[in-house]
Ligand binder design. Sequence first.
Ligand SMILES: *Cc1c(COP(=O)(O)O)cnc(C)c1O
Length: 431
Amino acid sequence: MTALPLPTTRDAALALDAADPLRGLRDQFEIPPGLIYLDGNSLGVLPRATAARVQQVVQDEWGRGLIGSWNQAGWMALPQRVGDKIARLVGAGAGQLVCADSTSVNLFKVLAAALAIAAADAPAARAIVSERSNFPTDLYIAEALARERGCTLELAEADELPARLARGGVAVLMLTHVNYRTGRMHDMAALSQAAHAAGALVIWDLAHSAGAVPVDLLRDGADFSVGCGYKYLNGGPGAPAFVWAHPRHADRFWQPLAGWMGHAAPFEFNPGYRPAVGISRYLCGTPAVLAMSALECGVDSVLAAEAFGGMAALRAKSLALTDSFAGLVAARCGGHGLRLVSPQAAAQRGSQVCLARDEGAYAIVQALIARGVVGDFRAGDGAALPDILRFGFTPLYTRFVDAWDAVEHLRQVLASGEWHEPRFNQRHAVT
Ligand SMILES: *Cc1c(COP(=O)(O)O)cnc(C)c1O
């Protein structure tokens, strides 16, 4: 897609919205009036359908149907049914992906499975390799499993990964497709190919990708994948996550959380474990029915874009939004010490814009929130990693005028110095 011209006035931004073929999708959501919500990469907004659906599940299916609803209301099949819908968004086949547990737990399952396969096929390879700035929970899970399995965890910078793979000894390459701090997107096909050429398996975490950027797990050579339900999939706080294994791996070995829902016949109550065929063995315990019903509404809100070009159309709008925002920040907020850390190149950019600032990043974000512009702050390490102001652009419901207004507020916050006020400098537990 050719880049849209940068809007030079607020009216020009409104005109872009009026011409946007996806504009009607915003009506699916309850967005508080006047709020500019640029944090759908942390917690997606509430679909209008969700409250009524959850109420129906509570009152009718639970309240009246009681235990019979496991069969009659299809509760048992929820992990597969919602999984099949998510599969359409990430290039997986029907029956290959299930919803369950959290991203962290699912990562544990697939990393354990991948290490077991590597131990059988390439026993000399003992390293799990990941990116130093990967999301910490992913690294913690890998650190714990590496200790348990007697493997090593090696962290590298993104640009060093191909060379590290080429040196050999890598069992599993475990990466997050879009980096949570920088918005940088890896080339899934190229890195998967490099991993396979080095005899390694590759796991892709799609937490910041599913529903935000086009993903094609089968085409691009992924071996395993996990992802998050409460970010761009709008599943609600703590929504169940998802897990996918390539069909050639799904039936090899068990994942270690061998609960009864992953059993071939859970209601035989057999004392011995017999794993279900395919991805269903990646289930562990009873599905969280209420949460999964809400997640289904969120996933449906993304699938609604299929009528307007689907993920390709969402991607085009996402790039236009992030281009607009970054371009307007450069044009209108110069001289205030902001540096763009998300990639300029569209091919390397997820659906967020990240700005670094040496001082005051947290307080600036707080001052913006007080004005009704919700982004978030991610702390640096006081050394190489800078403090970051993070703005997520969910193309399903974010408008060009939101990008325009957010930049205007940012300009005013910086020009007035209001972020110095003490109330903006008190740290809360969740940033
Ligand atoms: C959001 C996110 C998670 C969240 O994991 P939970 O188990 O749901 O807390 C994990 N990994 C990445 C890369 C994320 O962005």
